[in-house]
Design a protein around this ligand. Structure first.
Ligand code: LLP
Length: 421
């Protein structure tokens, strides 16, 4: 469920007409709903209660500091994967005690930054990283709380570019070698082992792969405990998928996912962490765009819109589907027309949808891409020297620009011409 609904045929974000935002901010832009973000976060905390738990929002999916503040104020933790994301979490007022640091390539500078600023735990992904972290923490006269990310060799049955839990992925240590690696970690002076971490992939539309992975984690917990390790925390990663195509998909709900967690690891007496990104942010955001031209081609009719692959890369990168809706609702009797929806970037890959049935549209009409809150703005680039587009947050009848559109001057001034040229 989200808070982007038609009222009298006009698309609203909560109580604000999307066209009013477009008139003030210009297109294209991202708009997020505070109520939807809140609702999705709350669904997870409710699903995990009464287990002791922390829902750590995966910042990589939507990292605007205003959004992080909203979630942080609700009590959310944050899952960060870079020094930059760590800084964002801190800037949003989230205490280090609620920040977990994931990622396969943490640098020593990033480790120092988090140890100085405070960190709940590092999710360590390799033996060299264990040694580096121990050295950094020891040199600072402290110890780093850690879990070790295990790779359970489970097929997440999702897009190959976002599956992470198979043997041939770069993530974690093989679960078969866990005893050995935990034994080494326990000997290193700068580390305090507190738990296990697992994350098998993103946009999972079935619970079964989670079930397989979490059962393996439960077995491992008992084994590591019998080997003398303290396992008091389980970080179970993110990955629960969302319905991108409303007409024909219904992935499991947070409630069912919570029940699965209770069933598989609830008896272990561990504190549970999860790292959802997409399910909290995905359907909390729209990308709003304007039709520049309708071009009648030989085979298809093209809807050329002012958003492009640099603003929302998911369709061209993963072949991802985003529902597209008109900002002014079509009359019930209108017959749809099939359009190829494309952006202005000079690549055939700059295609959002092919032969998509939509109500007939004309120049200057506004459209919205649904489910664009996750991995939208954060993956944007300035390809074709197109400025990054603004982000807007709506709460009830108020809205605010939470990232302004840069000026062309801002963009061009980042380049410097060397004196010797
Ligand atoms: N935790 C870790 C360690 C992760 O690597 C990820 C996502 C998450 C949590 C959050 O997963 P989520 O709940 O959002 O599925 N750009 C791709 C998705 C990449 C996901 C990367 N890791 C896309 O647009 O589909």
């Amino acid at each position: 469920m989200d808070h982007f609904l038609y009222r009298d045929g006009i698309l609203h974000a909560e109580d604000v007409a999307v066209a009013d935002i477009a008139a003030q901010v210009g297109t294209p832009f991202y708009v997020y709903s505070a109520a939807t973000l809140t609702r999705h976060y709350t669904l997870f905390t409710e699903a995990l209660s009464p287990l002791p738990h922390l829902v750590c929002f995966a910042i990589k999916s939507l990292s605007n500091i205003a959004v992080l503040k909203l979630l942080g104020d609700l009590g959310a933790g944050m899952d960060v994967v870079s020094g930059g994301e760590y800084r964002r979490a801190v800037a949003a007022g989230v205490p280090g005690s609620r920040i977990v640091f994931s990622g396969v390539g943490k640098t020593r500078e990033e480790m120092r930054l988090a140890l100085e600023g405070g960190i709940r735990q590092f999710n360590v992904e390799s033996e060299p990283e264990l040694r580096a972290l121990s050295e950094v923490a020891s040199a600072m006269g402290t110890t780093a709380p850690i879990t070790i990310r295990v790779n359970p060799d489970v097929d997440a049955r999702t897009h190959e570019k976002i599956a992470t839990g198979k043997k041939d992925n770069k993530f974690g240590i093989p679960i078969s070698r866990a005893s050995e690696v935990y034994a080494e970690a326990a000997k290193l002076p700068g580390l305090q082992v507190i738990g296990i971490d697992v994350h098998i992939g993103s946009q999972l539309t079935e619970l079964e792969p989670f079930e397989q992975a979490y059962k393996k984690v439960a077995d491992l917990t008992l084994r590591l405990r019998s080997e003398g390790h303290t396992i008091s925390r389980l970080d179970l990663g993110g990955g629960l998928g969302i319905p991108y195509e409303r007409s024909n998909s219904a992935p499991p709900l947070p409630h069912d996912y919570g029940a699965l967690i209770k069933r598989t690891v609830g008896h272990l007496g561990c504190e549970i962490e999860i790292e959802p990104g997409r399910l909290i942010s995905g359907n909390s955001g729209l990308l709003v765009s304007k039709v520049i031209y309708v071009k009648n081609g030989e085979i298809s009719d093209f809807l050329i819109v002012d958003a492009a692959m640099n603003d929302l890369v998911r369709p061209s990168m993963y072949g991802a589907h985003h529902d597209i809706i008109p900002v002014t609702e079509a009359k019930a009797a209108t017959l749809p027309h099939a359009y190829d929806v494309v952006g202005p970037v000079c690549e055939t890959g700059d295609t959002f949808a092919k032969a998509r049935p939509l109500a007939p549209l004309a120049e200057d009409d506004l459209i919205a891409f649904r489910s664009a809150g996750a991995y939208g703005a954060v993956m944007a680039s300035e390809y074709n020297t197109r400025p990054l587009i603004p982000e807007v947050l709506v709460k009830d009848d108020q809205f605010a620009v939470i990232r302004a559109r840069p000026s062309y001057e801002d963009m061009l001034n980042r380049d410097t011409i060397p004196l010797w040229l």
